[in-house]
Design a protein around this ligand. Structure first.
Ligand SMILES: Nc1ncnc2c1ncn2[C@@H]1O[C@H](COP(=O)(O)OP(=O)(O)OP(=O)(O)O)[C@@H](O)[C@H]1O
Ligand SMILES: [Mg+2]
Length: 887
């Protein structure tokens, strides 16, 4: 039986059982599990984790570091050498140095990989912990808060508004519990859940069973308790999410596709190298080994690692700037983001809003309106939000404490229909001491109007048509235009009726309004300017009224020439919307789903879109955006789903994030493009050389060593500086520019390689070997000497130019004169060059087939490097004039 059916049958079984039976069956009790039971349960059903635990074991990491295509090729080379150099030869000429060297290389590269990955992982773990969700459970009769991943089957979990449900639960106690299952089913409707045992007669799909609550769904309002039935991957949610999200982002896909481009190149060129050198030299085994080494030399095997290192480095620097990057892959999204959608409250305006006026329908102060609103807020069990907080704050007004305390004593709560952003209003039913029930509704003006049939003025109730509707709204319009947030309050007497359903919310009596001061932050206008300067276009996506959106946007200088409301958007086709979103910067009166529609339209137009939001209504948009950004004060579920959490809800910290993202992105692109182009250059040189030379231009081992050195040096790149000019615009990854970059700069290095070949073959080697060229000599010792000089010559030239090119192409400006790499990069690359140059002068050189070269060579080398730098600098100019960018 497939796992998911197995799971649903277990969930179903308990949905139809009584609570007591379940306690016995699991076994647990209303006091929760004992600590011993917790251990047993964890052993039996596993931990509450979605990403496979396997990533965390040292064994898994070792395997990843040491077994990959790169090391596999090295192992093959070692095996070939073991056979040809050790097993098949006579005792005298046995030589195991190659095998040893290759093993050392495997060790070094594997260790570098392991260390880097562990560091990156530790960094992201540490950041993740800072904002981890905790759950309240009862164990051994005591309520405790534990991290969600410590939850086990049988635990008794307590739910409150705003919680993201941490596992699959059978509810055992509920009180007006409303849940949004959007994360699992995609539908935005809010469902009431209860703990009653389901009847077999009402056979329903598992997702509709009212006494089950599923992992990743969100508590909108009310309270509840439930027994954990399934954790981690066994949950419904765990069953359909991708097991490992690694490698799934657009950028990772891009990076993989580059690796593939390189591999395809290799698949064509490596066999050519093999055939050409086999035919010209006649030694097929050696040619095979050489071709394999070329393959290794050309693989950008450090690519995934350099990317991880860059991302981890970026997120670490951001954590020092009040910005926590939960998902390090979002770092690059930060860098390429060119549109930032945000909601209004707390971003442009202050987090706290203040109640300014409470009035009847004509704008006269009305304590009764406020009292009704107070009761509604007080008994509303949903996620606390700024509006309710502002209303409840009225009890701190001078001499009012007792008034409000008496009020809630007089009216008790009977029922509620929680606030939900698609309805935009909330109903509570209260009962007075005589058992008479009063329905109180508060919310969006438009929504409330449409449910009202009467208005109340100075104690008189009139039908709405007779009272002059325009008069009723005139007072509101004025306040909205001043940038105030206004909500309406209405009520209806229900007599003895003590439960409400949405059908009761009609023929209401409008009693008045509350107006709140929602002032823009002092820093808002400046931050908006800063975003624009960074070429990130700010767009406002608010659920609030159009008038207030306009008023606030004017004050912070966001263009309001065009404004769309939710209902206008509903009329548009997707295609039409795609063109509208390009011109419009302000969208108002949106339902949560409409925020997502706008966002997707922008993404389809090719933008990289960030979304900054903090409320329940922002959750779908946060999860859809390329970079979902939330704030520390946001509801848990929003923080949970966001990629980035700002510890300060202020656009100024965002600016830092964007800059850091662009820096990360630049350093990554630097590695990819430069490595690809210099590998391409080497490839060309090798093809040419193996066609005409009577021997190999470099031994397999030398090629591998060179490759290892270059890659090891590149690990320092995340710490490089990035020119300010490279950070002024958002940059999107495009494979298109890679090809032209490779073709422009790769062949330049080949030109110098070929010059070096000529110099070595016709001038230096003959000069040191008795004036003869290779083909003219017969003595094999002489020939070996000749080859060693040649190979050392190319080895050093290759290394020097590869390191130089890093410095040359990392900036658009003139290298060293106008822009220098960071000190660590300068130091490490210099050390690399010096160490390898000195290596040719040590006894180890002979083992590697290298030899000491005379001063004449170094003179030539300097000349080559100088010319190379000049030519590349000139090429850089031409390239930039043509394409207006470098990397
Ligand atoms: N607690 C509440 N009680 C009644 N009505 C509410 C409540 N919260 C929100 N509303 C109504 O829903 C509308 C939309 O909510 P809100 O303004 O929070 O949306 P938003 O998209 O998050 O806007 P913002 O950009 O200001 O954050 C409000 O204008 C208000 O009319
Ligand atoms: Mg909001």
């Amino acid at each position: 039986m497939p796992k998911s059916t197995l799971l649903s049958s277990r969930m179903k079984k308990y949905a139809y059982r009584d609570t007591l039976e379940i306690y016995q069956d699991i076994p647990t009790s209303p006091d929760g599990l004992t600590l011993k039971q917790v251990e047993t349960m964890r052993e039996q059903y596993g931990a509450n984790q979605l990403t496979g635990r396997k990533n965390d074991t040292l064994w898994y990491r070792l395997r990843r570091a040491f077994i990959n295509p790169f090391t596999v090729i090295l192992f093959v080379l070692a095996a070939v050498s073991l056979i040809t150099d050790v097993l098949l030869v006579s005792d005298f000429s046995r030589n195991i140095t190659t095998v040893v060297i290759i093993c050392v290389m495997i060790l070094i590269s594997g260790t570098i990989r392991l260390v880097q990955e562990l560091r990156a992982k530790n960094a992201s773990d540490r950041l993740g912990r800072l904002i981890h969700a905790s759950v309240t459970v009862k164990r051994e009769g005591v309520l405790i808060d534990i991290p969600a991943e410590n939850l086990v089957v049988g635990d008794l979990v307590f739910l409150s508004p705003g919680d993201r449900i941490p596992a699959d639960l059978r509810l055992v106690k509920t009180q007006d519990l409303f849940i949004s299952q959007a994360a699992v089913t995609g539908e935005s409707a809010i469902l009431e859940k209860d703990s009653r045992t389901s009847r077999y007669s009402e056979q329903l799909p598992i997702i509709q069973l009212k006494n089950l609550a599923f992992m990743a769904t969100t508590v909108i309002s009310g309270k509840g308790e439930g027994i954990v039935l399934a954790v981690g991957k066994d949950t419904l949610y765990g069953n359909f999410i991708r097991p490992d999200s690694e490698g799934s982002t657009a950028f990772q896909k891009g990076a993989n596709s580059i690796a593939w481009v390189m591999l395809r190149f290799m698949m064509i060129l490596v066999p050519i190298v093999f055939l050409v050198s086999g035919i010209t030299k006649g030694d097929w085994v050696e040619s095979f080994v050489f071709a394999l080494s070329v393959a290794v030399g050309l693989t950008p095997e450090m690519l995934p690692m350099v990317i991880t290192a860059c991302l981890a480095k970026g997120s670490l620097s951001l954590s020092k700037k009040q910005t926590i990057v939960k998902n390090i892959n979002a770092m690059q999204g930060f860098g390429s983001m060119d549109v930032l959608c945000m909601d209004k409250t707390g971003t442009l305006t202050n987090e706290r809003i203040l109640l300014e006026y409470y009035m009847d329908i004509l704008g006269n102060e009305s304590a009764k309106t406020l009292e009704f609103a107070y009761l509604n807020s007080y008994y509303h069990s949903g996620v606390r939000n700024p509006i309710d907080n502002a209303i409840l704050a009225c009890r701190t007004m001078p001499k009012q404490e007792n008034v409000y305390a008496a009020l809630v004593k007089r009216f008790q709560k009977a029922d509620e229909i929680p606030f939900d952003y698609s309805r935009k209003f909330v109903s509570t039913l209260v009962t007075d001491e005589n058992g008479m029930h009063e329905l109180i509704v508060k919310g969006d003006i438009g929504q409330i109007f449409s449910h009202c049939s009467f208005v109340e003025y100075q104690g008189k109730v009139l039908p709405i048509e007779d009272s002059g509707f325009d008069n009723v709204t005139a007072i509101v319009d004025e306040m909205l235009e001043d940038g105030m947030k206004v909500i309406a309050i209405a009520h209806k007497s229900l007599g003895a009726q003590d439960r409400i359903v949405s059908a009761d919310e009609k023929d209401l009596t409008l009693m008045g309004y509350l107006a709140f001061f929602d002032a823009p932050k002092k820093s808002a206008a400046g931050s908006v300017q800063a975003l624009k300067k960074l070429q990130v276009r700010p767009k406002i996506l608010t659920g609030d009224r159009a008038e207030i959106a306009v008023s606030i946007c004017r004050r912070v200088e966001i263009s309001v020439d065009w404004l769309m409301t939710g209902s206008e958007i509903n009329q548009l086709s997707d295609e039409h919307l795609r063109s509208i979103v390009e011109q419009t910067d302000v969208f108002a009166e949106l339902a949560p789903g409409q925020k997502v529609r706008i966002l997707n339209a922008l993404r389809e137009n090719g933008h990289t879109v960030g979304f900054l939001g903090d409320g329940m209504n922002d959750i779908p948009a946060l999860s859809e955006a390329d970079v979902g950004i939330s704030v520390d004060t946001a509801v848990d579920a929003a923080k949970d789903i966001a990629d980035v959490v700002l510890l300060q809800k202020d656009l100024t910290v965002l600016e830092q994030g964007i800059l850091e993202g662009r820096k990360t992105f630049s350093n990554m692109i630097k590695y990819i493009k430069i490595t690809a182009s210099s590998n391409f250059g080497n490839m060309l040189s090798i093809v040419c050389a193996s066609a005409v030379l009577p021997f190999l231009p470099m031994t397999a081992i030398q090629l591998l060593l060179l490759n290892l050195l270059y890659d090891a040096l590149c690990i320092i790149l995340p710490w490089d500086n990035v020119d300010a000019e490279d950070m002024v615009t958002p940059r999107a990854w495009s494979g298109k520019t890679l090809g032209r970059f490779m073709c422009a700069f790769g062949p330049i290095s080949s030109v110098f390689d070929i010059l070096t070949f000529l110099f070595l073959y016709f001038i230096l080697c003959p000069a040191l070997c008795g004036g003869l060229t290779y083909t003219q000599m017969a003595d094999s010792a002489m020939r070996a000497q000749y080859i060693a000089i040649f190979q050392t010559g190319w080895f050093l030239e290759s290394m020097w130019t590869q390191v130089m090119i890093l410095h040359l192409l990392r900036t658009r400006k003139v290298t060293f004169l106008q822009s220098r790499a960071s000190n660590p990069v300068l130091l490490i690359t210099l050390a690399g060059i010096v160490a390898f140059t000195l290596l040719t002068m040590t006894p180890l050189a002979a083992v590697l087939g290298l030899t000491r070269l005379p001063l004449l060579y170094f003179g030539f080398l300097l000349l080559m490097v100088l010319l190379y730098m000049l030519l590349t600098t000139a090429a850089k100019r031409v390239y930039q004039n043509r394409y207006h960018e470098l990397l």
